[in-house]
Design a protein around this ligand. Structure first.
Ligand code: DAH
Length: 341
């Protein structure tokens, strides 16, 4: 039988390095079948006068073993913790983080904004739900003017004066009502028209309106500004052409086409087989419009333009169906990750 001293030195020299060693330690010194327990068993065979002293020694021995055990246990547990939280398995494949992308219409809106902001325009926004004054009357659409029919309007049924804006030109009015020239703004926004949905047209789409009003603004200023824009957007090799047109709020008025970069001019359904795609309407702000908004038309002149974002996005990203921009099919949208900024 081992002596108390022998057991004590065994406890003190016992090396615990892992969970298995720890369990061996427990079995050897702390379990019911341990040597320390059998020492307790000897107590009953002892003379009364020896019992107290021997009992105290064995108690101390058991406390020593228990203390060692507790110490070892906390070291082993801390090491196990560290293994899982601080030192992960660096060879494990990383969990996939899915990265979102911006909608192509937003990408295009931001790009248009950036180009015009670089030449001194600042962006303003306004309400989608408008009144007749800001969408038509202030913009020189006469009450019975057939031009009102050019834009198939969604009216809010309960109130004939309340409608969804058919163009962002309403922002021209709102801006000029608030501010005297010089004015240099662009107005990005969503517009609505009661139109049949096809690959080329939709009842909801986006425009960016531009307005420059100051002293001595000329048609040549407008043409140069729009050429600069087209070249930054589509590259230096793009060609533009201005065709005479009609808008109630500009005089003279024009529509601007850019060379079709989908078919390279050979003809496709986006350019209606002409090699050119219309991207905006423009013109010199009609003096009546300036006056309607409280601006002196004898002192100031200006140009304005309204460009269609979907059409430009289709050109830039070479897609030939406008409906793709509204269906939100992830297989389509995820292709714009690289262009998201
Ligand atoms: N508002 C016109 C449309 O929606 C586009 C437009 C044409 C805007 C000429 C203008 C402009 O500012 O001067 O078709």
């Amino acid at each position: 039988m081992k002596t108390i001293d022998e057991i004590r030195s065994e406890i003190e020299s016992f090396q615990v390095e892992n969970a298995e060693n720890l369990e061996q330690f427990r079995l050897q010194f702390l379990s019911k079948k341990s040597e320390i327990q059998s020492l307790f068993g000897q107590l009953k065979n002892m003379a009364q006068e020896d019992r107290k002293e021997f009992g105290q020694l064995v108690n101390d021995l058991r406390d020593l073993a228990q203390n060692h055990y507790n110490g070892f246990k906390s070291v082993i547990e801390a090491a196990a913790d560290k293994k899982t939280t601080l030192i992960p398995d660096i060879t494990r494949p990383a969990t996939q983080q899915s990265v979102g992308s911006m909608h192509p219409i937003s990408i295009m809106m931001n790009e248009v904004r950036r180009i015009f902001e670089d030449i001194g325009f600042s962006a303003v926004e306004g309400p989608d739900i408008e009144d007749d004054w800001h969408v038509f009357t202030a913009l020189n659409f006469a009450e019975e003017h057939p031009a009102r029919d050019m834009q198939d309007t969604f009216f809010i049924e309960l109130h004939p004066d309340v409608l969804l804006r058919t163009h962002t030109s309403s922002l021209q009015v709102r801006t000029m009502e608030k501010q005297q020239p010089p004015i240099r703004v662009i107005c990005p926004g969503r517009v609505f028209r009661n139109e049949a949905i096809t690959s080329r047209a939709h009842c909801i789409f986006h425009q960016v309106e531009g307005l420059y009003v100051a002293e001595n603004v000329s048609f040549a200023d407008m043409k140069q500004t729009l050429l600069y824009f087209a070249q930054r957007m589509f590259g230096d090799e793009v060609r533009i052409r201005l065709r005479p047109s009609y808008f109630p709020f500009t005089e003279p008025s024009a529509e601007m086409d850019v060379s079709c970069n989908i078919c390279g001019g050979a003809g496709c359904n986006l350019c209606k087989h002409t090699g050119w795609v219309e991207i905006l309407g423009c013109g010199m702000v009609d003096p009546n419009v300036l006056e309607n908004c409280g601006i002196d038309s004898t002192k100031y002149s200006g140009f304005a333009f309204g460009l269609g974002i979907e059409r430009m996005t289709m050109l830039k990203y070479r897609t030939n169906d406008i409906r793709l921009y509204f269906e939100n099919d992830l297989r389509f949208l995820q292709q714009f990750k690289a262009a998201t900024r």
